[in-house]
Design a protein around this ligand. Structure first.
Ligand SMILES: Nc1ncnc2c1ncn2[C@@H]1O[C@H](COP(=O)(O)OP(=O)(O)OP(=O)(O)O)[C@@H](O)[C@H]1O
Ligand SMILES: [Mg+2]
Length: 349
């Protein structure tokens, strides 16, 4: 996509603004962002269901914007995958091949192959009404895959499934995409899904790209405070304050060491919940953030402690704690684990 924008309502609604990005051959790219950020619109422009208001879209060296969807050889699967109710699973999968005039023998072969790939061989003679949600989703994926498209476009295809099935389908989809090596763009607002499936994640907000990065890099180096506040569960804690001589002075009088040098007078220090320690005794350090425990949530794998520090809530993840609600505690962290953002919310270090 080269500087692709999409406006609706005569320009009053900006769904996408100057999107610049590239998807490599065989890559699994995820569009991640909150509701209304323009994910579906971007995908629909790749599919040809929507024309860009501005900019260019290429498949390899061929410009495709303006080209009808049927000529692009893309397959799109939506959240509300609609199967033909009066056709069996087999007939549903076979349908796109029939429409394209593929001979019966080749049809049978290709349908059998995708059925095996998606593990739905045993449901082939059932009607869509007789199978589970996960099996229906597999059927709609099979119907898309059987066409052997050059690009696979998926718009929140797992959001109608229950948590367990979602998890299963997540790794299934990734496996299938790997096996077929098919270039895929996957839309979701679920960051766990994005992180676990994507080779590359495109973070969108307000129709614009905020960051393009591999999952690990996105987590390790969120480029702006916006991305920092979006990625992670719970996301990074940010402490805004005044930067004076290597110390950040927070509004409520607390001070923090700066994790890096910056000429910015207003900065934010960012610390992930898992990088903060909580103690009920005052630790022997130059500085601490004194606070009060609001809640303690034992989540099995870790304990999530919400601590009120100077009027804002800090999320802390620890393996274990003796602290309970109402306790006065001290928060500390290693400045080497912290991030520094400048007055524009851009990552300094
Ligand atoms: N056909 C349309 N006419 C007018 N506005 C539209 C149209 N399609 C999308 N929009 C607007 O464009 C913006 C982006 O919508 P889009 O559907 O791309 O968001 P999304 O990221 O897919 O959201 P969600 O996660 O809720 O599906 C929204 O403000 C939406 O209201
Ligand atoms: Mg959408």
């Amino acid at each position: 996509m080269r500087s692709v924008s999409k406006y609706f309502d005569g320009g009053d609604t900006v769904a996408n603004y100057k999107l610049d990005m590239e998807v490599d051959d065989g890559e699994f790219v995820v569009f991640l962002g909150p509701s209304g950020c323009g994910k579906t619109t971007a995908l629909r422009m790749i599919a040809g269901l929507e024309d860009p208001s501005d900019g260019e879209i290429y498949f390899d060296d061929d410009r495709v914007d303006g080209m009808p969807p049927a000529d692009r050889n893309v397959a799109m699967v939506f959240q509300n995958y609609a199967l033909y109710p009066h056709m069996t699973v087999r007939e549903n999968i076979e349908y796109p091949l029939k429409v394209r005039g593929v001979p019966p023998e080749e049809r049978d072969e290709r349908v059998a192959q995708v059925a095996e790939l998606l593990h739905i061989e045993d449901q082939m003679d059932s009607d869509p009404g007789e199978i589970s949600g996960g099996q229906r989703q597999r059927t709609s994926l099979a119907r898309a895959i059987v066409r052997e498209p050059s690009v696979f476009l998926l718009d929140e295809p797992l959001s109608n499934l229950d948590a367990k099935l979602r998890l299963e389908m997540r790794s299934e989809l990734k496996r299938i995409q790997n096996e077929l090596g098919i270039t895929t763009v996957y839309v979701t607002h679920n960051q766990e899904e994005a992180m676990s499936m994507g080779d590359k994640i495109v973070v969108l907000n307000d129709g614009t790209i905020r960051q393009v990065a591999e999952p690990e890099e996105l987590y390790e180096r969120p480029r702006t405070t916006w991305v920092a506040k979006f990625i992670g569960s719970p996301p990074m804690n940010l402490f805004e304050g005044e930067n004076r001589g290597g110390t950040v002075h927070l509004a409520e009088g607390n001070t923090l060491p700066t994790p890096a040098e910056s000429s910015s007078s207003t900065v934010s220090v960012g610390v992930r919940p898992e990088d903060i320690d909580v103690s009920t005794d005052a630790p022997d350090t130059d500085w601490t953030l004194p606070g009060t425990v609001k809640t303690v949530e034992p989540l099995g794998e870790y304990v999530l402690v919400n601590v009120e520090v100077g009027g804002s809530v800090v999320n802390v993840k620890v393996p274990h704690t003796d602290a309970t609600a109402g306790d006065a505690v001290h928060l500390t962290f290693d400045p080497a684990d912290a991030y520094l953002y400048d007055e524009n919310g851009e990552l300094v270090a």
